[in-house]
Write a protein that binds this ligand. Structure first.
Ligand code: FPP
Ligand code: MG
Length: 452
């Protein structure tokens, strides 16, 4: 797995931040980026040490440069206004839900309804938004000559079937899949727009399955699909989404992108399987060790960061970007994805059901030991037995929650999320300045600021 061990992920995050503080500035670009970066809360509590890897070092040097640049900018021009990432790709985002619904048409009315159910309530559409911003930001980066011709061919054919249409229609005359025409845009290709839709399809499929596994009763402020249609239909609807996502993916006619997104689907299942246990060995009375955090971070990569990182990489590939840009896009997505899930896990402790639009405090109820608890456990050995029995005894959930709230687990989780967000921003250092790049930076800031 590209992530390496969870411990190395933790080390990388810490090293980047520390280096960012200690190294002299060598880069004067990205002033706007630096200005936004300065809004990330600074609250460092480090818990682990290790040597930086070269890419983390390079990234950190760039962040260091930005910090100083930021001071200069603020001194001379004052703070720049906050950017709205949605506005930058508003034209493409406007058609997202409509296009997804077209991809999901089925001749069977019940399946049609169940498959489109989670497209009714306005989701956050974080993944497509990131893909579109990445597509536009990388359009200004250097190209790999061998990828350019393929790029043009792919974008012309995303609605054209590869097999004869009569074979594909068979006995299931589903709705057409042609997407809304979007005005020609130099920054974002039709294939990248389709990729954004595919990421939302895969994500939504995983939510349909996840809500069955978690016995959820609500999602996006409405009854969950499993409650509305029952478990069987919810699972089948998720499978249908994956089928349609696979067709759309094949029509991108880009083997590397297909490989990446198919791997994401496998990763999501691997992550969910890892989550069925709290620790690698699944002991009844585990003692705290760094392995628990390693296991959690690997699970978090697979469950959340894989989709974001691999779709960012795929966006850069579809745009014909060179190898360095493709790697940077992946690194941004991986770090942002890890930050995103860490914040999700801490909000589960700190926000109410009303604020989240889904049940709060659900993780402990589901037996899950996430980052806030893992950090608390280090200084509160009593938590080991509770982790081992997945908080199943009467009073376990309340006791675990109390201990976490007495500890600095929430703060340490936030600190780690900040480190990953900073690394995500540092990954963009080689991109030319643009609104889309600013939007990606702002996404990292918003990830830390979000309340639900
Ligand atoms: C939400 O987690 C769930 C995921 C991010 C991934 C779930 C993956 C699967 C169920 C594997 C099957 C995958 C596919 C593609 C069919 P959460 O429960 O922490 O978040 P929540 O509070 O929003 O439910
Ligand atoms: Mg869930």
């Amino acid at each position: 797995m590209q992530l390496g061990t969870g411990a190395s992920v933790v080390r990388g995050a810490r090293s980047a931040t520390q280096l960012a503080r200690s190294r002299p500035p060598t880069c004067a670009q990205c002033l706007r980026t630096a200005s936004v970066r300065a809004r990330i809360p600074q609250s460092r509590v480090f818990f682990h040490s290790g040597r930086p890897n070269p890419s983390a070092w390079a990234a950190a040097v760039s962040v260091a440069g930005n910090i100083v640049s930021n001071a200069v900018t603020r001194a001379t021009k004052g703070d720049l206004p906050t950017i709205d990432p949605l506005r930058i790709v508003a034209k493409e985002m406007k058609f997202l839900t409509g296009n997804i619904r077209k991809l999901l048409g089925s001749g069977h009315p019940s399946l049609d309804r169940a498959a489109k159910y989670y497209t009714q309530a306005e989701g956050k559409h974080v993944r497509p938004l990131i893909v579109l911003l990445m597509s536009r930001a990388t359009s200004l980066c250097p190209k790999a000559p061998q990828r350019q011709q393929a790029t043009a061919q792919v974008s012309a054919a995303i609605d054209t079937s590869i097999s004869p249409p009569s074979i594909l229609s068979d006995f299931n005359p589903s709705a057409g899949t042609e997407s809304e025409p979007v005005l020609a845009d130099a920054g974002i290709l039709p294939s990248q727009r389709r990729l954004a839709e595919i990421t939302e399809l895969i994500h939504t499929a995983s939510l349909l399955h996840d809500d069955v596994i978690d016995h959820s009763v609500s999602r996006r402020g409405s009854p969950s699909a499993n409650l509305e249609f029952g478990n069987k239909m919810a699972v089948l609807a998720g499978d249908f989404l994956l089928g349609r996502a696979s067709v759309a993916l094949a029509r991108l006619r880009h083997a590397e992108v297909i490989e990446l997104l198919a791997t994401v689907i496998a990763n999501l299942v691997e992550g969910e399987f890892m989550q069925l246990k709290n620790t690698a060995r699944d002991e009844t009375n585990p003692q705290w060790s760094e392995d628990a955090l390693t296991y959690y971070l690997q699970k978090t990569y697979l469950k959340t960061a894989s989709l974001i990182s691999k779709s960012c990489r795929a966006a850069a590939l579809l745009g014909g970007a060179d190898a360095q840009t493709v790697d940077a896009a992946y690194s941004y997505g991986r770090n942002l994805g890890l930050a995103f899930q860490l914040v999700d896990d801490l909000l589960d402790y700190t926000r109410s059901e009303k604020e989240l639009g889904k049940p709060a405090g659900a993780d402990l109820e589901l037996g899950l030991a996430t980052a806030p608890l893992l950090f608390a456990w280090k200084t509160m050995p009593e938590l080991g037995a509770l982790v081992g029995r997945k908080f199943a005894n009467d009073g376990d959930v309340a006791r675990a929650r109390d201990l976490v709230m007495q500890s600095d687990g929430i703060q340490q989780t936030r600190t780690l999320a900040e480190d990953y967000a900073e690394k995500a921003i540092a990954s963009l250092s080689l991109f030319p300045d643009s609104e889309a790049k600013d939007g990606l930076v702002e996404m990292a800031v918003k990830t830390l600021q979000r309340k639900k």
